[in-house]
Design a protein around this ligand. Structure first.
Ligand SMILES: [Zn+2]
Ligand SMILES: [Zn+2]
Length: 110
């Protein structure tokens, strides 16, 4: 599984962050799903729950509210740091996790 991002695109209208991978596959994540999946300690409810896995279904649920992503910055070569409209920026999304969460039909059936 290729987990090297080659292109990132944020679409505020569609509320999606799309990651294009080195193998040509593209994954579109809903803002709301990303926010729910925020891997930071605060959002995960403490260190004890850090290992709890995220159910990729969060990226397929209809969005209940609008979010804003200010910036998506690479952190080293292992993760993306998302800065949200409300200033929250402690979540580091590992590329390997994002690839594993890909909500597309093909990946979910695999
Ligand atoms: Zn968080
Ligand atoms: Zn996919």
């Amino acid at each position: 599984m290729n987990t090297t991002p080659v292109r990132l695109a944020v679409d505020h209208e569609a509320q999606t962050l799309t990651v294009e991978w080195g193998d040509g596959h593209a994954s579109s994540f809903s803002y709301e799903g990303l926010r729910q999946a925020c891997p930071c300690v605060e959002c995960r409810g403490g260190h004890g729950k850090m290992a709890e896995s995220v159910d990729p279904v969060v990226f397929r649920l209809p969005a209940l509210m609008m979010y804003e992503i200010k910036t998506v910055e690479p952190s080293g070569n292992y993760a993306a740091q998302i800065t949200w409209g409300d200033g929250h920026r402690s979540g580091f999304y590992r590329w390997t996790d994002l690839r594993a969460w890909c909500p597309c039909e093909r990946c979910r059936e695999a």
